[in-house]
Design a protein around this ligand. Sequence first.
Ligand code: GUN
Ligand code: FE
Length: 421
Amino acid sequence: MNNAFALKGNILYTPVCGRIEAAADSYLVCEEGKVAGVFDTLPEAFWGVPVEDFGSRLILPGLADLHVHASQYAYRGLGMDLELLDWLEQNAFPEEARFADLDYARAAWDIFVEELAKSATTRACIFATVHRPAALLLMEKLEQAGLAGFVGKVNMDRDCPDCLRETTGGSLEETRRWLEQSAGFGRVKPILTPRFVPSCTDELLAGLGALGARFNVPVQSHLSENLSEIRLVGRLCPSSRYYGDVYDRAGLFGGPRPAVMAHCIWSGEEERARMKEAGVFIAHCPQSNMNVSSGIAPVRLYLREGQRLGLGSDVAGGAHLSIFRAMTDAIQASKLRWRLVDDSLPALTLPEALYMATKGGGAFFGRVGSFEPGYEFDAVVLDDADLPTTRRCTLTERLERVVWLGDGRPCAKYVAGRKLF
Ligand code: GUN
Ligand code: FE
């Protein structure tokens, strides 16, 4: 059997939102970078393939981070006393301006990529900065590290400091060059990244929509995150029916090319209906939503509506890169929302949060985030030996403790069938 191998251990995954499938002491088989299946005994077809025995450790699908700013990693945990628009002006923009210097970018990307590689995240949607060379360098470093996902050169042609503001034509030209230069990448691909409506003119968005169609690339941005931001969008785009309508008019809101929008805390009925129709993904980033005082997204409502949904760390609005942490933040935020805002929307459960962290968010990258046959072989192995207890726990309970109590770091990690460590 060519390129086949198996991992042995306790295998957990969520084929359906809300249900954890647990296979004790079983085999997870990889063939040509894809999952061949989960088996309690190794099928004859795979006799003789290499088997790595992880004993009683837990094997999970790799996690997906649907929204993270690599360029903000350096100031994680700093400047958390401000609301979004002031936070951007005082923290994000001055830091991102430093990436005009490729040496600074190199040092910052090295830290980010090393930390991401050590985490349980196998796929991510990543914002770089407006600087094309820095964005390309980040893509190279992620690819060298064996990680997969999307990186965006950010676009901004208004409402930001002069040192970051591009001209409309310059922004489009740099984006075109960057898309051409990205063509040779493998598992790390480009994604159009208009920062958000306040920093992009209609003309820039329309130009990006045209580039998206020409190069067939997906889109990432921010949507309906914060009330002050939404009021600003209303003033800047008086003819738009709702915030997402501004992206939609430019061809940047799902449909033929996937789009992922971070936050969507305040999306109204019309916006949500359009997102559902166009298959726009929501990146729920609970920690950031609390830190920059944006609010609590109605995630239960999104699940009920059948929206496409995953989790994001949103570093550095969120201070933690761990998507396990995003799971527990999402659960806790949903409890507060239920208690304080709307008791018709029950809190999230751990199996639901795990689904969002794996198969839900993974869908943005293709068949990713599950151990069903044909899924890309993204797997992480977790050791809970350093979480001692007198209790006898089921596999699901052990997973629960790893999510709530662990440091989030796997002891082995595979991306698309390739072992990183
Ligand atoms: N909206 C526009 N830019 C940003 C950013 O960098 N972080 C967050 N959380 N929201 C944004
Ligand atoms: Fe963000």
